[in-house]
Design a protein around this ligand. Structure first.
Ligand code: PXG
Length: 290
């Protein structure tokens, strides 16, 4: 059976799911997206992902043609149509087809695309032994240029940093903001553990406010682990007891080396392990309040 894609208002086979070569999503990266996961047939924090998608849309003056409940149904239906209980969902809204100029007013019909797929995780050994990452020379875009809070189709800033990481043999790379402070990784938020406390950069450091990040902050509060959002520089990470990343795809993943410096004892630490276990329990929880 072909993979089924939700396209605008209905589920169609993959080969029928097409966008115009004049779509400004393709021509200019003009559009927004989300990446979500379902666990045991339930989408994790669907409302939070939709809120972020619609906020991203508002920020770029892109009116998403579906109301949130219809979009939620499209996500659930697409997973079901592809028989995916544990899966990854990519939601994309493009500006739509228009003229070759930049003017978004000369486009019509934003395109809504929902793709459901199996989830491809980082290899298991990274979770067991921890990641090595490097700092990319590519800075995170300044909010005054393009706010990192917008999950736009324009991800070249992150891709440039990802390339630097890959060229250094690392699957993730740390990105700093224009002030030289720690922002986030190319597709993950970053946390450090210092003397039993969690620290993570605040939204105004130039980050995407991750939904996994928010969940981990809630789990920390529930576990009595103090968590502060504060400006961090690389020194704070180099000298941390533990470091880990959070993201929809990665979940919670330990970092044991940054720029050739061993973090803490060089193995995933107890706070990281505790929050990883709590996160796994949370995503499998059945209540409505997870
Ligand atoms: N920062 C950035 C820049 C992201 O793109 C996160 C943090 C983590 O946010 P969530 O809400 O997922 O906890 C992201 C999201 C991929 C991929 O294929 C990565 C993301 C989204 C979609 C796909 O690596 N990262």
């Amino acid at each position: 059976m072909p993979r089924m894609i939700f396209m605008n208002d209905s589920l169609v086979p993959e080969h029928e799911a097409k966008v115009s070569v004049f779509d400004h999503g393709l021509l200019y990266g003009d559009g927004v997206f989300e990446g979500l996961r379902s666990y045991g047939g339930r989408v994790f924090r669907l409302d939070a992902h939709l809120d972020r998608l619609y906020a991203s849309g508002r920020a770029i003056c892109l009116a998403i043609p579906l109301a949130k409940p219809a979009m939620a149904k499209a996500v659930v239906d697409t997973l079901a149509a592809n028989n995916l209980a544990d899966g990854y969902v990519r939601l994309v809204v493009t500006r739509g087809a228009g003229s070759l100029g930049l003017d978004p007013n000369k486009t019509s019909h934003p395109q809504v695309i929902v793709i459901a797929d199996t989830i491809s995780l980082y290899p298991r050994e990274y979770y067991e032994r921890g990641l090595r990452i490097v700092t990319a020379a590519t800075q995170r875009t300044q909010s005054a240029a393009l706010s990192p809070r917008i999950k736009s189709l324009n991800y070249l800033n992150n891709i440039m940093a990802k390339l630097e990481g890959l060229q250094a043999g690392c699957i993730e790379a740390l990105m700093l903001n224009h002030k030289g402070e720690v922002a986030e990784c190319t597709g993950d938020n970053v946390f450090a553990v210092r003397q039993g406390r969690l620290v993570t950069p605040p939204p105004d450091a130039g980050i995407l406010e991750g939904i996994t990040r928010a969940a981990v902050m809630e789990l920390a509060a529930a576990a009595g682990i103090d968590c502060r959002e504060m400006a961090l520089v690389r020194h704070d990470l180099y000298t941390a007891d533990e470091c880990f990343l959070t993201g929809t795809a990665a979940e919670v993943i330990p970092v044991v080396e940054i720029d050739g410096r061993v973090i803490g004892s060089g193995v995933p630490g107890p706070v990281t392990k505790r929050l990883t276990d709590d996160f796994h329990a949370l995503v499998r929880q059945t209540g409505a309040d997870r």
